[in-house]
Structure formats: C-alpha cells, structure tokens
Design a protein around this ligand. Structure first.
Ligand code: MSP
Length: 513
C-alpha cells in the first residue's frame, strides 16, 4: 500500500466570487497533490467552502437571499472554479453539510468534557470582515491591524482556555522545526505565542447562522472553530458519526500539509494545534503560509473592484500559461504584484521561446528528417550528450526537494535550467547542418533531445497538465509511462515509433502593449 499524503486548502468564505488569490492557494495545493501522485503517494486533496458566520450571513442579507440559498449559489462558483482550473481535489467540503456539523459538535463536546470550555461574557472588539476578536491595544486608528472595521461586542460567550496552552505550544514548535514554513513566518508565530495568549471566545450569541453549541442552542460556535474542524470532518471523523470511517480517518490524520495564506496563519499555527491538543488529537505535520498578490501595486479588494478573475485570465491567455505564471513569477512565500505585462513576458519567454521552441524544433526535425520515426539514442554518448542527459536525469531529485519545501518557483527554475541547456546543445551541435554531413549523428542528437524533453514533459505535468500531456503525446509516451518511476534515467524514450506532425504547444502572445 503506498504512503498516504493528505493536503488541504483553506475553505473559502462564500461572501464573494472567487478571485486570483483564492485560485492561487488551491493551485499550489493542486501542484503538490499532482506531484505527490506521480511520485507514488496515495493523495487526498481537500478544498471547500466556509459558509457560516456573520460575514456570510451579512452578504446573504445584502443579496436578499436566505443564507442557505446564498451559500448554495456562491459555493457552486468555487466548485466550478476547481473544474475550470483543472484542480484535482478528491473532495469538496461545505461547512453546511451534516457530516461537518457532526464533527463540530463532537470536537466541542470533547473540549468541554476535557474541561477546556467555560461560560463567560465577551466584551471587546470584533471584525466581521476578519471574523476575529481584537483587544483595544491591538487596534490601529480605531481599526483592526488588517485595516478592517471593528464593532464593539458585549455578549455571553463560551471561552476556550487558550492561555493554558502557551508552554505546550512552544514545546511543540521546538520539537517540530518544520511545523511552519517559511521560517520567518514561524518566528512570527513563536513570538506571538511567547508574548502570552488570552483565552479565546468560541461562541456567539447574537446571531444564528452557525453550528449550534451542543449543550446550549442559544449559542453558535465561533466560525473559526467550525471552519478549522473541516480538516477532520473530511477524514471521516468522528468515526462513529454520520459519515464516520475509522479506516479513512486513521489513514489521513494527521494531515501532511495545511496550505494557507499569511493572513490566516495564526488560526492554523496557534489556535488549531491548541484545539487539537486539548481534544487529544494528533497535530498536522506542516502549515505553509504563502504571500499575497496585489494588482498593479494595489491590494486586491471588493471595494476597489480590482479583483482578477482567474477564469478570465485562463480564457485570455491560456489555463496552463496562467498556472505556470502564478507558480513561477513570485518566490512562493513572498508577496507578489500581478501585471499582464509580466505574465505575457513569461508566456512568450519561458513557454513559447524556451520550452515550446525546443520541442517544436526537435519534433519537426524528427518528423521531416527522420521520416517521422523516433530515432535511437547513440550507443556511445559524446561528452555533450552525456552532459545534457546527466542534467536531465538529476532533475527529479532537485525538483522533489524544492516541492517538499513548497518552493515551486525554484522547482521551475531548475527545470528551465535544463531547458536552456538543451537549447544551447541544439545550437552547438546544429542538427540541421548534420543533415547533409552526418545524418546518423543528426538522428542521435535528436534522440538525446527527445529524451530530455520527455523528462521535462513528465516533470511539468503538475504545473501544466494539459500542455505536458500534449508534449508527451507528441513524443508517443505511453499514458502509463508518465510517472516518476520512469524518469531520472530509470527508463529511456522508446525509439522506432511513428510520430505525427507536431503542432506548436505554446503559441506566442502577440499583443505586448
Ligand atoms: N474562510 C477562511 C479560511 C478558513 S480555513 C479553516 C478564509 N477564507 S478566505 O476566502 O478569505 O481566504 C482564503 C484564502 O485565500 C486565504 O489563504 C487567503 O490568504 C487567500 N487569499 C485571499 N486573497 C488573496 C490575495 N490577494 N493573494 C493571495 N492569496 C489571497 O480566510
């Protein structure tokens, strides 16, 4: 039985249409999920929608719909996005589902039974936009530190004894140095916890749109306790609940990776592990916080109306091109600025000129000069041949390391080093000139190149599944010979098979204005 890998995206608030920021988090998970599947793991990739709380309730009110009808509609937009972006999630969870309510009530009951919940009164600031509580001292010019408006709240509330978990959390961080990435973000988390933790209000009594507290239906559970629990729900937990599945749960839990944006790291790296410890459940292996996209230097926001629609981008510039750009342009973990100019440069440079031309040139020469029959690798490789194949063979290990560190941009950078090396090899051995002088050598050179492109094609599948499939189809690679067990020199491209006339895979985008 292959090793299990369970990866999650945050679940998205259904207050608005999905934009590029949402697509970005899920795309990163999709790339990881696809990579791990090709690397032999039994992957479970979860995404979904966060449908309770005041923010969603208010958005429904503005839309003039009941929360249930409203959330059904908006959740559908996120489900549609998974299809249109080629996301390969195995499950899509909605927090309004019965299986999830059962999990929320179970975790609450355990926390209560274990003595970690007490009834009190919350008096303080609350930001509906952030769905977060703030103290007076945290406010900046009367607003949340995120810039979100706050309102004064005074109501009965149940509290979780978060303050009691400070030492245990710090010990856990110490023992698990890879728990949070990137490291700079982990340091922020540690200093936040070292600064002392206050007990956390985990119920609201002033509205109804949420999961009821099991022992007191005057309260609904705080939307973040509800939302975080989704990661457990989807594993079949509680195992004696309506969707319970003991085997699935023990295979999946603890999760291997929670991917989140930097804005919600505290919830995942402080509150969530504290809830889990208090409920005697194992903690996830890793939480990774990526950065934020701005649009031409401006924060993407509903009020500025500058949200970028990922479907529109894919429609105008190509889906794989969009996926490639988002993963390549900005070092994962950093903030980045989106501009069409940068995207077109990447598409034309890295995709059309570098990879596209390489495969088009090589396959066209095979088609024209080798009667369309895939040539065989030389029995005795020249030093130049060896240098290129050795670089191609070494790629998987390098890419794997970068992917395991969520350094997608680095993984692509090292792949493109080999693309450039292959292009330099073409220029230096000039197969078109060999056509007349040494046709046998020409065929060998083309075979070395085709083998290099095969390895690159296999490795770019997680980022650009459709284009990679076209490259591998053009090379006549069997569909069951496209995983990582057949690269790195473990196998070579078969020769003798007939190829069809190659079509360019990455057209040049002409309007660069
Ligand atoms: N519902 C909570 C998450 C609960 S998880 C148990 C939530 N939802 S959200 O819809 O507001 O955000 C979801 C994700 O989208 C976050 O990871 C957030 O960082 C990401 N992004 C939203 N806007 C973004 C950008 N402009 N850029 C990059 N990612 C951004 O928070």
């Amino acid at each position: 039985m292959s090793k299990s890998y369970y990866i999650t995206t945050p679940i998205y608030y259904v207050n608005d249409k999905p934009h590029i920021g949402h697509a970005y988090t899920t795309l990163a998970c999709d790339v990881l999920a696809r990579f791990k599947r090709l690397d032999g793991y039994d992957v479970t990739f979860l995404t979904g929608t966060d449908e309770h709380g005041q923010k969603v309730e208010k958005a429904a009110e503005v839309a003039g719909l009941t929360p249930q009808i409203f959330t059904d509609q908006v959740s559908q937009n996120f489900q549609d996005l998974t299809k249109s972006m080629d996301f390969s999630n195995d499950d899509f969870i909605r927090t309004t589902e019965e299986r999830h309510k059962a999990a929320c009530q179970e975790i609450w009951s355990i926390l209560e039974k274990n003595g970690h919940i007490t009834l009190g009164k919350y008096e303080g600031w609350y930001s509906v936009r952030d769905e977060a509580f703030y103290t007076e001292t945290e406010l900046v010019d009367g607003k949340a530190p995120t810039g979100a408006p706050v309102e004064w709240v005074e109501e009965p509330s149940y509290f979780f004894n978060l303050s009691a978990w400070q030492v245990k959390l710090l010990e856990f961080y110490e023992q698990n140095p890879r728990f949070v990435g990137p490291e700079s973000r982990f340091n922020e988390v540690k200093s936040f916890v070292k600064g002392g933790l206050r007990d956390l209000s985990i119920s609201r009594a002033s509205f109804k749109w949420g999961v009821s507290v099991p022992s007191d239906d005057n309260h609904v559970m705080y939307v973040w306790l509800d939302a975080l629990t989704n990661y457990l729900t989807a594993t079949g937990w509680p195992v004696n609940g309506p969707a319970g599945e003991a085997k699935k749960h023990s295979r999946l839990w603890p999760a291997d990776l929670h991917m989140v944006g930097k804005d919600i790291l505290r919830f995942h790296a402080v509150y969530w592990p504290a809830f889990l410890m208090a409920a005697d459940l194992p903690l996830p292996t890793r939480v990774y916080a990526h950065g934020w996209w701005t649009n031409n230097g401006q924060k993407i926001s509903k009020s500025l109306g500058n949200a970028i629609d990922p479907n529109q981008l894919a429609k105008n510039y190509g889906l794989d091109q969009t996926r490639y750009f988002l993963m390549r342009e900005v070092p994962f973990g950093n903030d980045g600025d989106f501009s069409i100019k940068a995207m077109v440069q990447r598409m034309n440079g890295d995709l059309s000129n570098d990879l596209g031309n390489l495969s088009q040139r090589v396959l066209s020469m095979i088609f024209k000069n080798c009667d369309g029959i895939m040539p065989a690798l030389p029995i005795n490789l020249t030093n130049e041949d060896k240098a290129l194949l050795t670089s191609a063979d070494a790629l998987l290990e390098k890419v794997r390391q970068h992917i395991n560190n969520q350094a997608f941009h680095e993984a692509l950078r090292v792949i493109w080093q080999v693309v450039s090396q292959a292009n330099r090899y073409v220029d230096s051995v000039a197969p078109w000139a060999l056509k007349k002088t040494d046709p046998l050598r020409m065929a060998e050179v083309l075979a070395v190149l085709a083998e290099t492109i095969r390895q690159i094609g296999i490795l770019v599948q997680p980022i650009m599944p459709r284009s990679a499939a076209k490259i591998l189809d053009q090379l006549v690679v069997d569909s069951d010979e496209r995983d990582f067990s057949v690269i790195g020199g473990a196998a070579r491209l078969a020769n003798g098979q007939k190829i069809i006339k190659p079509e360019p895979i990455f057209p040049r985008y002409l309007d660069e204005s």
